[in-house]
Unconditional design. Structure first.
Length: 154
């Protein structure tokens, strides 16, 4: 077993040495090539560009950047709801996050915990049996809710 390991390692070392030799030959050949060493001629600086690397005019780029700033400002005030699904309305609440309605594009992002959310959406029928459990959940986790915190019932 020892001889097999030594033979395999010797092959690896030989391969590594040959690849390093090839790399040094490549770099030395390119550095020793004869290129004429004439001074470069002085040229005037180019005028300021009227278009960007993307191919759009600078005015269009300015408008796009201002629209982006406006969209970011609008998203800054968007709500992050926490859903509490109780019945069939919870399925419809899930549809609002899907491709057809896509609330994400408006900055409304569903969050899984009250620490990360701005409001709670109770989707569905709140029955007499479920009301104490919801009341207990809200009272026990109210210390994690940011203030002000809103509740929406569907």
């Amino acid at each position: 077993i020892l001889m097999a390991l030594l033979a395999r390692n010797a092959q690896r070392i030989a391969l590594m040495a040959s690849s390093q030799r090839a790399a040094t030959i490549h770099t030395t050949l390119s550095s020793h090539s004869q290129q004429p060493s004439s001074p470069s001629s002085y040229s005037r600086p180019l005028p300021p560009a009227t278009s960007s690397p993307t191919g759009l005019p600078k005015a269009a780029e300015y408008v796009i950047s201002k629209v982006d700033d406006l969209m970011n400002w609008a998203r800054r005030g968007s709500i992050w709801p926490m859903t509490f699904g109780l019945a069939c309305c919870a399925v419809e609440m899930m549809h609002t996050g899907a491709a057809r309605y896509d609330l994400d594009r408006f900055g409304i992002i569903f969050r899984p915990s009250p620490r990360q959310s701005d409001c709670m959406i109770v989707a569905g029928t709140l029955t007499n049996k479920m009301a104490p459990a919801l009341r207990k959940y809200v009272s026990s986790s109210s210390r994690f809710f940011p203030t002000p915190y809103g509740y929406i019932s569907l």
